[in-house]
Structures are given as C-alpha cells and as structure tokens.
Design a protein around this ligand. Structure first.
Ligand code: M6R
Length: 616
C-alpha cells in the first residue's frame, strides 16, 4: 500500500516523480504529495484525492529542483486530509520524509519529541518518525567516515517498532536521499547520472531496467552517480543489480477503458506465458525450474498446506481440489492472516505453499515466515519477480504474466489456477496418473488460451446482461466442486468493484441458509457446467425459481436447461475439468466488470482498497 518515488539526478525531479506516482496510484489513492529540494528549502505540494489533483496543485508552484520525493497514500493513521498527506517536514524544517507502513510505537516517540520541543501538524505516525530523524540529525556530530545523514536515520530506526519503507531528504544534504525498509518493499533504480527509489518497478522502468531490491533492515544512501547499502547495524552490504524485463508499455492501458478490462483480455497471452517451457518433452507432465526440491523429496510429501489472501486464496482452493482429484493427496487451505495465529499442527511430510500476485502481502508473508520458523520448506507461486515473498521462499514458480495494475486481480488469478493445475499434474504423474491421462491433461492445459479466447467472445452479450442487473443491491454466486471457489471469486469481484453485496456459496448449501435471501430482489449466478452433478445444480436452480429469484446461468456448450428456468444464459466452451475453473473465471470477471462500469464505479481504484496490502 502507498506508492513511493524518490529521485536524485540530472533531470528535474517533480515531473518524473508525478509520472511515477500515476503508475503507482493503484497502491493507494487517498491523497498524494511531492517535495522538492530547491532554493535552499523544501517546496511541497500535497492534495487529497487522486494524483491528478496533485498535478493541478503542483502546476501552481515552481518545482524546479533535481532532488525530490513523492507519495500516494492509503491512510492508516489519521484521516484523509491535506495535512496528513505525505511528504512530511520536521518542525525544525530540516527533514522531509515519505513512508509506507505503520510505526506502532509512534505515540511514545511523539511524547518524547513533544518534550524536546518538536511540534506536529498532522495525525500521522510518519510525521513522528520524520521528527525523530530530525532530532537525531541535530545531535549527530559530523564525522569523516560516515554520512551524518545515514547515521541519524539508523539511530532513529532502531527506536521505531513496526513496518516502514521510507525515503528521506535533509535540507543541508542536497543531492542525497536516504531510504530504508522493514516490511514494506523498496527498489533502487540505477540510472545514468540519476538514482531512483520506488515501491514498485513500474515507477522506474521508464529510466532504467537495472534495479536493486532492498532487503529488510537495510539502509541505502543515494546520490546521482552512486549508491551504497548498509544494514541497520552499519554492516556492509554487497548489492546485487538485477535486470527487470517489464517494459513501460506493460504498465500502460493502451486502448482499453480500464486496466481491469485490459487484463481480462490479456488472459490468453498471460496463460501462454505462464505455461511456456513448463511441459516435459513427452507431453505427459509439467516441469518447473525453480522448485528447489528434487522429485525424490517431492515423492516423500504426503500433505500440502496452502496459504494466501483474497483472490489468491480462491486460486489455492481450486488447487486443493485439483491436487486431491488428480494426485490423490490431502491439501489444506487457510487464510494467511488466520494461519499465523491458529498455530495449527503441521505434520512432518507437509509441503507448504503460499500464493501471492504481488509477493508483498504482509499476511501471506507472515504466514510464510511462521511456517519457516516451524522448520517447513515454503514454496511460493508469485507474479512480481524479486518480491519479498519470492526472495524469502525456499523455491517457487513465477507466474510470468507481467504487471497487473487493476486492483481487482484477473490475469494473475487465472495464471495461478493454471499453475495450480500444472502442479496437480506434476504430483499426479509421480503417483497414480497414467501416461495417457497425463498427455490428455497437458493437451487440455495447452488449449486453455484458446478456450479463454472463446469465452471472451461472450463479452458483448455479458455487457447487455450487466445493464439489466446493475441496479440490484444483492447477488448470490453458486457453484460446486472446483467451481465453488470461482463462485467465491465472482462474489469478491462484484463486491470490490461495484459495491454490490454478493455471497459465494456451494450451490447445494444455499438451501441451508442463504435461500432466505432469495426474492425477486436478489438474483443468483449459477455456474452450471456439463457433468455428473448438473442435475443437482438444476434442482438448486428450481428452488431459486420457485422463490421468484432471477437466474443467470453460466453453462457449457451442449447443456440444455429446462425451458424458462434461467432468465439469462451465458455459454462457455466445454473442456477438461483441469481447465474448467479458468474458463469459468472469464464470464464472472466480465459480469462484475460491466456491472461496475454500468454503475459508474471507478473500476481500477475501488474505494478503500489498494493493490497490495502491506499492513496487517
Ligand atoms: O498480491 P496478493 O495476491 O497477495 O493479494 C492478495 C489479495 O489482497 C488480493 O487478491 C485481493 O483480494 C484483490 N483485490 C482481489 O481482486
């Protein structure tokens, strides 16, 4: 949460920073601000609302300096006001700071600083940390062997409990930025005569593809031509410079109305990228390069535990179904936020997986650390290369779908489903799944991009349905077996971008409670593929119809429902059950998307949400 950009270099800082903030806006969009060091002082512009508001504000003042910091906020401490927006300036005017995270002991520090004569203009924990740095900076002797600035930051951070990704400027240190992280991502961009720091590579790639991923408890000192990294305890760090393969076009919207729309339509290509090079030559199983666990070790595993949050958890639940179905091994899934505190018994041969698009979700990270602390190997299924989860995992599988900008996860979700299905195949082929069954499974997975292309052809039809259903305030999504998590996902998508109350349920479970909600005011979306329990699903539909509930039925080709049962029908291609959840994701995503558009909602920046949730 919160987008961060800092710049020192040969160009003007403000235009680059504001451009970067626009690319990071999906991380938080309550307010935005920029501070530039120029003419012997900090010039600050900040405004509640979107970066566009900041741009208007910034245009009113001259921001000429070459050194600056900028921020988009997702509020934690203090309401959404101009005063609470970042950057914050210390009351002695010496230090400017932007921050992502939460300083848990801020009230204790604030009390101390008030006694020392520091004053505060905002309700934020960030302003407290900013003044703490000013306090140590003022006391810090000038020494020949270390920057006074870095030393003051280190001393301050030793007193700060909680999480932070911070970037700081000091008034009498023009051309220098100090940045540090604990729990909140920060990436350094190493350019030609310029240095950048950002919370996300999207803000860096227009200038350089050479990056350094800062680790927890590291402090970096940046100048236009150089950078050094040390630990919080002043230990030396040898930086590793990585190359990012995302281009600037990957994070642009092109001709689409929203990133969510673009990312829904990118899914065939995303699936192709997620599969590339991952099938064995004989076409009967999957192969993964980065698992860091030998087939022999894998064969000892007799149970899997999956943890994730939100949409990624739904992908885990589908994977649970696939592994149990095709590899015949037990799987448990849990909310990452619950796992950490449940202290559930794990058995010796359990393999632990986490799934996370961003790789920065703090609850997932905490669950992973807890599993590691208990001595388990943890593998990660993750999209953002170099993310904290990817770096801390013992091994894993990258999704390779490029940047996902829309807050509502779509292409990352279907690629997680695909990778989960490939994993089930990989494990299944080590056990009872025959060569022939493996080949059929691989053929099915390879056909998933085309099946999704076909499902996407339903978009105009779904758009029309959305117009008729956008005014409802409640909706149910009902599915069974591997499509039950897709029902949950459909309900989550609708809730988060259209603010319609929606519930996902196993279709037959509906009669044990949710049926009480049914009336002409609460439509149900049924996921009703061809298969052995279609008749049972049809019975559930009849129960809804008998209570005047409207029905949107998503069926596979060839299914014939009783005359007049469904009010609306969406047809998707019939396919192998390993691919079915991927194909069914498309109409539920499109339905939510078009309903949200019809209601005039801000699809890519839904209220109260942020793309990656880095606070507990
Ligand atoms: O980056 P992650 O996959 O760890 O994110 C997990 C959830 O926060 C995320 O899936 C969230 O539920 C999305 N907004 C869903 O569209």
């Amino acid at each position: 949460m919160c987008g961060i950009v800092g710049y020192v270099g040969k160009h003007k800082a403000a235009p680059f920073i504001i451009e970067g903030l626009k690319r990071l806006e999906y991380r938080g969009y309550d307010s935005a601000g920029v501070a530039v060091l120029q003419d012997g002082g900090f010039t600050v512009a900040k405004k509640i609302g979107r970066v566009a508001n900041l741009e208007v504000e910034a245009a009113k003042i001259k921001l000429n300096g070459n050194y600056g910091i900028g921020h988009t906020r997702w509020a934690t401490h203090g309401g959404v006001t101009d005063a609470n927006a970042h950057p914050h300036i210390s009351s002695d005017g010496q230090i400017a700071m932007i921050h992502n995270g939460v300083i848990e002991n801020y009230s204790k520090i604030k009390k101390f600083l008030l006694e020392k004569g520091y004053t505060f203009k905002s309700e934020t924990d960030t302003e407290v940390l900013c003044n703490l740095v000013a306090y140590h900076y003022a006391k810090e002797p000038v020494s020949a062997d270390e920057s006074r600035f870095v030393s003051a930051v280190r001393k301050s951070l030793r007193h700060a409990e909680g999480t932070y990704g911070i970037v700081i400027m000091a008034l009498d240190a023009p051309g220098e930025l100090v940045t540090a992280r604990k729990g909140s991502p920060l990436i350094l961009g190493i350019g030609d005569g310029e240095s950048i720091v950002a919370s996300d590579v999207a803000a860096i790639v227009s200038r350089t593809q050479s990056v350094v991923y800062l680790k927890d408890n590291e402090v970096a000192h940046l100048t236009p031509k150089d950078f050094t990294i040390t630990t919080l305890e002043a230990g030396e760090v040898t930086p590793v410079i990585d190359k990012v393969n995302w281009s600037i076009e990957d994070s642009e919207m092109g001709n689409y109305a929203h990133f969510m729309e673009k990312e829904i339509f990118e899914q065939p290509t995303a699936l192709e990228n997620a599969m590339r090079g991952r099938f064995a030559e004989d076409g009967s199983t999957a192969q993964f390069g980065g698992l860091n666990i030998s087939p022999n070790e894998f064969r000892q595993i007799d149970r899997f535990m999956f943890c994730a949050c939100g949409t990624a958890l739904h992908a885990c639940m589908v994977t649970e179904h696939q592994i149990e179905r095709f590899a015949r091994l037990p799987v448990e899934c849990d909310y990452a936020s619950e796992f950490r505190y449940r202290n559930i018994p794990l058995f010796r041969n359990t393999l632990f997986f986490v799934m996370s698009q961003s790789g920065e979700t703090i609850d997932t990270l905490a669950a992973m650390r807890e599993a590691k602390r208990k001595g388990y190997k943890v593998l990660a299924i993750n999209n953002v290369v170099g993310s904290t989860i990817a770096r801390e995992a013992d091994g894993g599988i990258y999704q390779h779908v490029g940047p996902e900008v829309g807050v509502a996860s779509t292409k990352a979700f279907t690629s997680q489903l695909l990778i989960g299905a490939m994993l089930a195949l990989y494990i299944g082929r080590m056990r009872d799944l025959s060569f022939g069954a493996g080949q059929r499974y691989v053929t099915a997975l390879k056909s998933s991009p085309d099946l999704v292309r076909k499902a996407l052809l339903q978009a105009p039809h779904i758009k029309e349905i959305a117009k008729r259903y956008a005014h409802y305030t409640d909706m149910l999504f009902l599915g069974r077996l591997s499509l039950f998590p897709i029902a949950l996902e459909g309900a989550l998508k609708l809730k988060e971008i259209s603010y319609i109350h929606a519930e996902g349920y196993p279709a037959a479970e509906m009669k044990h409670g949710p049926i009480a909600l049914i009336s002409e005011k609460c439509p149900s979306v049924f996921l009703a593929p061809n298969g052995e329990i279609l008749n049972k699903i049809v019975s559930s539909m009849q129960e809804i119809k008998a209570r005047k509930g409207k029905i949107i039925a998503i069926i596979t080709e060839g299914v014939e429902l009783p005359e007049g049962l469904a009010d609306e029908t969406i047809v998707v291609p019939d396919c192998h059950e390993a691919v079915l959840p991927i194909v069914y994701s498309v109409p539920v995503q499109l339905l939510s998307y078009y309903i949200a558009v019809e209601r005039g909602c801000d699809v890519d920046k839904p209220r109260n949400l942020a793309k990656s949730v880095t606070v507990e």
